[in-house]
Design a protein. Structure first.
Lengths: 371, 158
C-alpha cells in the first residue's frame, strides 16, 4: 500500500503507489508528487517483472520462441503468438492455408473479447464496484472453455505456429462459439445497465484524464487509448493482415478523449468482435490447418517486422536474422509501454482519487510493459 | 435552475441505483443462472477436454511396451530443456547393437506445457495427460522418469 510519505521543500508530498498494490494490476511502482490532493507529477518505475524475454528469444529457435510471447501480454497471448508466427512466415515467404487464416482470426477476436471482459470487470472494480467483475468473468469463462477444448490451455495457449495452427479446431468449436455469441448478446445489456449507465460511474469517468489527439500521437499511444481520442490507428484496418481486409467492420472511434471515451471504445469493440466472429464462424473453409514447413526453420539473412492489433494496441515484432536457426536479435514493440507514458500528462492537475480511474482506462498489463 | 438540475441529478442517481439493484435481485432469485463450480468437492465428476495440457506422459500398452525410439526430437524441440533422454545399446537376438532409451527424464517443474514435444514426436510415443494437481512437498518428486521399469520398445516401431 502506501509505503512511505516524504515531503519536499516546496510543500509537495511524494507518495509511493505500489509495487504491490491491487489497483496497479501488477507490479507497477508509481511515484506520485502531490500538492494537497492535486497531482503534480506521476513517475512510473518499471523493471519489477523484467524477465529479459527479448534476450531469451535469441537462444531459441523460430518454433520455440513463440511460446515465450504468451507470457508478455498474457491477456492477448494468442495475438502475440500470431504476430510472431506472421513475422516468421514473412521471412520464410510461405503462404498459409485459408483455413488456418480464418481459425487464427477467430481465435484473435475471441481473445480480444476475453481481454476486454477482464478489463471491464477490473475497471469497475477499480472504481469500487465489485459485482461487475463476476459478471465479466462469467462470460470470459465461456471463452476460456472454448480455448481449453481447442488449444488445450486457458491462458497461455501456444496455438499459433509458423505455417498455421498447431491442431485443427475441435469438432465442437463452431457449436460452442455460437452458444457463446448467444450468451454474450443476452448479457451485454447487463453491462450497460450495471456500469455504463450508472450515474456514479459516469461522473467519475467523464471529463477525467483528458488526452487530446495530438498528445495521443506524440506519446505514441495506440489501440483503444488513442482511438478514444479520435486517432485512427487500428492495424487491422490500416495495415490488414490475414483476412481482415475481406471482413466487414468499422474502426471504432470516440472523439472526447476522456476516460469515458476510452471506456466506450472498448465496450463497443466487444460487440464488434462478436460481429466479426459471426461473419466467419459458418464460413471456415475446408483444407489443411497447417502449411508444410521444413523440420528446421531457417530465416534468410535480413530484417523482418510485423505488427498486429492486440487488445491494447499496436504490437510489433522485429526480427534480425543472420541466416541461422535462431534470431540474431528480437525486439518487441509493446503497446502498454507507450500507453503508460501518457499517464503523467493525463494525471497532472487532476485529483489523486481519479488516478486509478485513469490507469484503469489505459488497460495496463505490466508484464507486457517490462517484458 | 440550480434546484431543477439538483433534483434531476438526484432522480437520475436513484434511477441508476434501482436499475442496478434490479439486476442483483434477478440473480438472487434465479439460482439456475449460477455457473460456479465447487472445485475440491466436484473432483470425481470433473471432466477435462482431451487436449488439455497437464503433463507429458509416455504411452504404454498392456505388454509394457512403448513407442519411443530415443530419437531425441522432443529433447531438441523443448525450449526449456525439460526433457532429457538417456540412451543405451540393447543387443538384439541377431547379435546386433540397437539404440534404445534407458531413461526418459522429464522435469515437470520446468515444463510450460507448450505441446512442442508432442508435435515433434515422429512415433506418437508421448502425449499430454489431463492431470493438473501437481503440488508436492519435495521438489525432487517433480523430476520423473516416464518410461516404466522393464518396459521396452514395441515391435516394428523404427
Amino acid at each position: 500500500m502506501v509505503e512511505e510519505i516524504a515531503s519536499t521543500a516546496d510543500g509537495n508530498i511524494i507518495l509511493n503507489l505500489g509495487p504491490q498494490h491491487p489497483a496497479t494490476h501488477g507490479v507497477l511502482h508509481l511515484v506520485i508528487t502531490i500538492n494537497g490532493e492535486t497531482i503534480q507529477k506521476v513517475e512510473p518505475h518499471l523493471g519489477y517483472i523484467h524477465r529479459s524475454i527479448e534476450k531469451m528469444c535469441e537462444s531459441l529457435t523460430y518454433r520455440q520462441f513463440i511460446y515465450v510471447t504468451s507470457r508478455m501480454d498474457y491477456l492477448s497471448s494468442h495475438i502475440n503468438n500470431h504476430a510472431c508466427a506472421l513475422c516468421v512466415e514473412k521471412g520464410l515467404q510461405i503462404e498459409i492455408p485459408s483455413r488456418s487464416q480464418v481459425i487464427r482470426v477467430l481465435m484473435d477476436e475471441l481473445t480480444r473479447i476475453a481481454s476486454h471482459e477482464l478489463w471491464w470487470g477490473a475497471m469497475a472494480m477499480d472504481l469500487g464496484a465489485f459485482t461487475p467483475f463476476f459478471h465479466a468473468f462469467r462470460e470470459r469463462e465461456a471463452i476460456n472453455d472454448i480455448m481449453e477444448e481447442t488449444c488445450g490451455a486457458r491462458l497461455t495457449m501456444n496455438y499459433m505456429v509458423p505455417g498455421g495452427v498447431m491442431q485443427d479446431i475441435h469438432p465442437n468449436f463452431q457449436r460452442r462459439v455460437k452458444e457463446f455469441i448467444t450468451l454474450f448478446k443476452s448479457k451485454v445489456s447487463e453491462y450497460n445497465e450495471l456500469v455504463t449507465g450508472n450515474i456514479i460511474f459516469q461522473n467519475r469517468m467523464k471529463g477525467v484524464g483528458n488526452l487530446s489527439a495530438a498528445d495521443a500521437i506524440s506519446f505514441g499511444c495506440t489501440g483503444p487509448t488513442a482511438r478514444g481520442s479520435g486517432v485512427s490507428c487500428d492495424i487491422r484496418k490500416l495495415y490488414p493482415y490475414e483476412i481482415y481486409e475481406k471482413l466487414d467492420f468499422e474502426e471504432i472511434l470516440e472523439s472526447d478523449g476522456d476516460s469515458f471515451a476510452r471506456y466506450m471504445v472498448r465496450v463497443r469493440e466487444m460487440s464488434q468482435s462478436i460481429s466479426i466472429i459471426e461473419q466467419l464462424i459458418d464460413n471456415i473453409p475446408e483444407g489443411d490447418f497447417q502449411a508444410k514447413t521444413k523440420a528446421v526453420l531457417k530465416l534468410p539473412k535480413g530484417e523482418f517486422y510485423q505488427r498486429v492489433e492486440t487488445a491494447r494496441g499496436d504490437f510489433g515484432v522485429y526480427i534480425v536474422s543472420e541466416g541461422g536457426t535462431t534470431p540474431y536479435r528480437i525486439k518487441y514493440r509493446s503497446p502498454g509501454f507507450s500507453n503508460l507514458s501518457a499517464l503523467d500528462h493525463m494525471a497532472r492537475g487532476s485529483k489523486l482519487g481519479d488516478l486509478v480511474a485513469m490507469m484503469g482506462t489505459l488497460d495496463l498489463v505490466i508484464p507486457d510493459i517490462d517484458r | 435552475m440550480f434546484i431543477l438540475k439538483y433534483i434531476k441529478e438526484v432522480y437520475n442517481g436513484l434511477k441508476s441505483l434501482v436499475v442496478g439493484l434490479r439486476r442483483t435481485l434477478y440473480y438472487f432469485s434465479h439460482h439456475k443462472e449460477i455457473i460456479t463450480q465447487q472445485y475440491p468437492d466436484n473432483r470425481d465428476t470433473l471432466v477435462f477436454p482431451d487436449r488439455f495440457k497437464g503433463e507429458v506422459v509416455m504411452l504404454h500398452d498392456d505388454n509394457n511396451e512403448h513407442a519411443c525410439t530415443g530419437c531425441t526430437a522432443c529433447e531438441l524441440a523443448c525450449p526449456n530443456a525439460t526433457i532429457k533422454i538417456i540412451t543405451k545399446f540393447d543387443i538384439t537376438p541377431e547379435g546386433k547393437k540397437k539404440k534404445a532409451i534407458d531413461k526418459f527424464v522429464y522435469h515437470l517443474e520446468l515444463c510450460t506445457m507448450c505441446n512442442l514435444c508432442v508435435v515433434a514426436c515422429p512415433t506418437n510415443a508421448i502425449k499430454m495427460a489431463q492431470t493438473f494437481e501437481h503440488s508436492v512437498f519435495n521438489r525432487a518428486e517433480l523430476t520423473k522418469v516416464l518410461n516404466k521399469p522393464a518396459s521396452k520398445i514395441r515391435e516394428g516401431v523404427e
